[in-house]
Ligand binder design. Sequence first.
Ligand code: ADP
Length: 244
Amino acid sequence: MISIRNVHKSFNDLQVLRGIDLEVEKGKVVVIIGPSGSGKTTLLRCLNVLEIPTQGTVSIDQLSLSFEQKVVKKQLLELRRKTGMVFQSYNLFPHKTALENVMEGPMIVKGLPKERVVSLAQGLLEKVGLGEKADQYPHQLSGGQQQRVGIARALAMEPSVMLFDEPTSALDPELVGEVLKVMKDLAQEGMTMVVVTHEMKFAKGVADEVVFMDQGVIVERGRPEDVFNQPKQERTKQFLSLIE
Ligand code: ADP
């Protein structure tokens, strides 16, 4: 479902990604861990081409873009539409209700008729446990609820893969669980997911594969039980000893 080959990304002189290869099969969950500044967010942003790789190939759901040559905007948009992204900050439209926030993408980008979008959006809010909150505005919702609206909003575009960039980092601790639960449910339904997170319990419980990044490269990857219990690389051991 996702395949990236030899992806490099630099910002001026700063080499942030230095040759990343990654494959994610349909229905699998990959969790990316690693120290701050190791390039995790940049990798996710290259996957949905919010950042354009300096070099390499990104393929999602049978659409492949090679960045050796110039890529036209239409292709970028096509690739981006295959992904749903959930950010650390929920970025909901403050003057729209939860329902309207979820409706925005399918109405504006896909041009679907309003009646259909209302029932789609209501269904997605129910799926994330917020059916009753459809008419509330973001400021009337807790951080965890807002993030769940963020997930429903991303799902509304019917993406082939979901990308999560530290979706619970901005939340008060007691609100983290409700967001992780929605993510876990999605994984169990067979959604293909790439998740950057510091929630090691989630990684252990839900990931099919854990990828440890440091300094712009993948240092180690494997099944969560192997990476967490028997890390092979010294850098992985060090990182895990600091966070556990
Ligand atoms: P992580 O998610 O692992 O914390 P990031 O991908 O956010 O790492 O950042 C990796 C490095 O790239 C950092 O040194 C960061 O400052 C740099 N970086 C990220 N985005 C930009 C940008 N738009 N311009 C310049 N430097 C950036």
